[in-house]
Design a protein around this ligand. Structure first.
Ligand SMILES: Cc1cc2nc3c(=O)[nH]c(=O)nc-3n(C[C@H](O)[C@H](O)[C@H](O)COP(=O)(O)O)c2cc1C
Length: 322
């Protein structure tokens, strides 16, 4: 598929996830075969004020391409300026966040709150599209709440204003992350838009990816929580589609080796202190289903150094007879 002029080869995208889908994790997901990755959301205001943390969120590795930097905000001009910075940092695509449900985001009129004002969505897409040469995309939800499901209207306005693809997460803001995502809304958008539609919500295995594509006709599937502690999901889906075969479940050894690789990359990019603290939650996700998982998670929660994490992984292997 193509998003504007950018070709995406394959079927899978890693979802933008604040505090999770950082450079190290995105790189690892690419290694496992993700076709496309999107950065954590970056504040347009933070970019405007050259905030250091914000700048670091936009750093991209060579192997991530093609990739998007996702920006959030509600002021068209500020969004347009920040998009230019995202492109300078190497983004092949600029994605606009219109789906975040977090109170601190929506209370400022950003994220999914934008969907309450379709015209403003159009103005933002228009301003951003006119400010950069790369394709601009949007990520939306079904709507604000069950009484105001307007994903198609918002997507159509975004398309008219220059969006080159739409990602749709089949839940309203009110739904947050439950109940199950509504895939019919993905189909509705696919049937009514001329630009590619990326389907998102509740994909945790290759069969889910196949079902979503069959049911909705979407051009790409985007995976969020299904990749946590499980970047191998991209290899699993690729094997299913390309070779028509089911990969065996990732072994304890494979999971531990992915965890350590991610930790090493994170240390390289963020320094040990920050990286290992942030890796604690990832370690807990990787340890899910291990013998002794509770104790391993507990110890991971106290890790301060890469060496401690390495020792913990060695222990996990012994506890799991590998
Ligand atoms: C920890 C976490 C952080 C997220 N951060 C973002 C974000 O920065 N931008 C965004 O558009 N969506 C964000 N999302 C939503 C995901 O991109 C995705 O739409 C949602 O998790 C549904 O997909 P899934 O069922 O595959 O997880 C986040 C989700 C999670 C769980």
């Amino acid at each position: 598929m193509k998003i504007g002029s950018v070709e995406i080869k394959g079927y899978t995208a890693l979802a933008p996830m604040a505090g999770v889908a950082d450079r190290a994790f995105r790189e690892l997901c690419k290694d496992f075969g993700a076709s496309y990755v999107v950065s954590e959301m970056v504040s347009s205001k933070g970019i405007e004020y050259s905030n250091k943390k914000t700048q670091s969120l936009m750093q991209i590795s060579q192997k991530e391409h093609p990739c998007a930097v996702q920006i959030f905000g509600s002021e068209p001009e500020v969004m347009a300026q920040s998009a230019k910075e995202a492109v300078k940092s190497g983004a092949d695509i600029v994605d606009i966040n219109m789906g975040c449900p977090a109170p601190k985001i929506v209370n400022n009129g950003c994220g999914s709150a934008l969907m309450k004002d379709p015209q403003l969505c159009g103005e933002i897409v228009n301003a951003v599209s006119n400010s950069v040469d790369v394709p601009v995309t949007v990520k939306i939800r079904k709507g604000w709440n069950s009484e105001s499901v307007n994903a198609l209207k918002v997507a159509q306005i975004c398309q008219q204003n220059g969006a080159k693809a739409v990602t749709i997460h089949g839940r309203t803001r009110e739904d947050m992350y439950k109940p199950y995502a509504d895939w019919d809304i993905i189909k509705l958008l696919k049937q009514n838009l001329n630009i590619p539609v990326i389907g998102n919500g509740d994909i945790t295995c290759a069969e889910d990816a196949e079902r979503m594509i069959d049911k909705t006709g979407c051009d790409l599937v985007m995976i969020g929580r299904g990749a946590l502690g499980n970047p191998m999901i991209f290899a699993e889906i690729n094997a299913w589609f390309n070779d028509l075969r089911q990969l065996p479940k990732a072994s304890v050894t494979e999971k531990v080796s992915a965890l350590l690789k991610q930790a090493e990359l994170a240390v390289k990019y963020k320094g040990e202190r920050i990286a290992i603290r942030e890796m604690r939650k990832h370690a807990a996700w990787y340890f899910k289903g291990f013998d002794g998982a509770a104790a391993l998670r507990d110890e991971a929660g106290r890790a301060e150094t890469l060496e401690q994490l390495q020792k913990l992984c060695a222990k996990a292997l012994i506890m799991n007879n590998t």
